[in-house]
Design a protein around this ligand. Structure first.
Ligand SMILES: NC(=O)c1ccc[n+]([C@@H]2O[C@H](COP(=O)([O-])OP(=O)(O)OC[C@H]3O[C@@H](n4cnc5c(N)ncnc54)[C@H](OP(=O)(O)O)[C@@H]3O)[C@@H](O)[C@H]2O)c1
Length: 337
């Protein structure tokens, strides 16, 4: 068993990156159905900074309960250090290398910015053997978001965004998919999943990402700083808009009749309008079984996680400052062990 204390990043109040403090805290104990993971790396995601800021833009009904001080982080790659005393953890043993999106969205954050974290076994999958912990840590939230939007929802929880359940459109060689924000965490994985399914992919990003996105398989590239994608792209079957919000609406003009728009950051549409226009959205949920399917694609080299940058755990503040500058290409990852 580990020592009784560990290093972790905590926030005691909401605010900018400066509220992230590197502190000594007790090592948590796994409860029923959980394992204790010795963390090697944490992927960082937009909900990490939404939580750090106190989620000012998130409607109250979508905010999970939380207490301060809080350890942020949902995405982890590491090694199982211990399993719960009660013998109810199937599938994982001490020493297994694992990856997971922890407790999302049931908890505000999964406490992953730490040397140890407890994890529900159902949120975990084996780490892909072909890649290291740093790359694996970039996978969970972005990969599961792309998977649940494009491939399989995997649950029947009601959507927090609309009455209709999100049902991914079948993708194949006849399908054209436009990915907006294609260079980011969700976008670069979504592009690769659409290519895996045989679709033709149009990637939209700023010009600096063109070579990167073509290497990942983009068939066409639109630099949104030079051209308005909604004026250039036509006859698209599916738009996955990872930038989203109110700016999603112009993408409706690019769609074929019967096409769909999936805004990952949901904008303002009403239910009737959604049904008429083919707009559906969902909120990513932890899912170890789906992560295991993604792992197989990473092991086969079909999909890869690209790294924007890495920072030691103690420099989480610098990682959040990097995120705030935008233009992310792939994932920002904290290295722990
Ligand atoms: N529904 C869900 O469950 C769910 C799950 C995960 C994430 N999200 C949301 O999805 C969004 C994306 O997440 P992420 O992790 O992929 O973020 P990210 O890694 O920060 O990527 C955002 C990307 O968007 C690009 N971008 C910014 N403005 C753009 C514009 N006007 N047009 C085209 N591209 C633009 C950025 O680079 P360039 O500007 O240089 O091209 C960057 O590569 C976030 O808002 C997040 O909250 C939702």
């Amino acid at each position: 068993m580990p020592t009784q204390t560990m290093k972790a990043i905590r926030l005691h109040e909401f605010g900018g990156p400066e509220v992230l403090r590197h502190e000594e805290v007790p090592v948590p104990e796994p409860g029923p159905g959980e394992v204790l993971v010795r963390v090697h790396a944490d992927g960082i995601n937009p909900p990490d900074w939404y939580a750090r800021e106190g989620m000012p833009d998130i409607p109250p009904e979508l905010k999970p309960p939380f207490d301060l001080p809080l350890i942020p982080g949902t995405d982890v790659s590491g090694v199982v250090e211990a399993v719960a005393a009660v013998a109810d953890v199937d599938g994982f043993a001490v020493g297994d290398e694992v990856v997971g999106l922890l407790r999302f969205p049931t908890a505000l954050q999964g406490s992953a910015y730490a040397e140890y974290v407890t994890a529900p076994a159902s949120d975990l999958a084996r780490k892909p053997a072909a890649i290291d912990h740093v790359h694996a840590a970039g996978l969970p939230m972005s990969g599961l978001t792309a998977w649940q939007f494009l491939i399989e929802l995997g649950h029947d929880h009601p959507s927090p965004f609309q009455k209709a359940q999100h049902r991914p459109m079948a993708l194949g060689s006849e399908t054209t998919v436009l990915v907006n924000g294609a260079a980011g965490g969700v976008g670069h994985l979504a592009l690769q999943l659409a290519k895996w399914k045989g679709a033709r992919v149009i990637a939209v990003a700023s010009g600096a990402h063109e070579t990167f996105l073509r290497k990942l398989g983009a068939d066409e590239f639109i630099d949104y700083t030079k051209d308005r994608p909604e004026e250039v792209a036509r006859d698209v079957d599916l738009v996955l808009d990872t930038v989203g919000g109110p700016d999603s609406r112009p993408f409706l003009r690019t769609l074929k009749r019967g096409g769909s728009l999936y805004p990952v950051y949901f904008g303002k549409f009403d239910d009737e309008e959604n049904a008429k226009l083919g707009v559906t959205a969902t909120q990513v949920r932890s899912n170890g079984a789906q992560l295991a399917e993604l792992d197989r694609l990473l092991d086969a080299g079909t999909v890869r996680v690209a790294l924007d940058s890495t920072f030691p755990l103690a420099d989480a503040r610098a990682a959040h400052e990097r995120a705030a500058r935008g233009h992310i290409q792939g994932k920002i990852v904290l290295t722990v062990a």
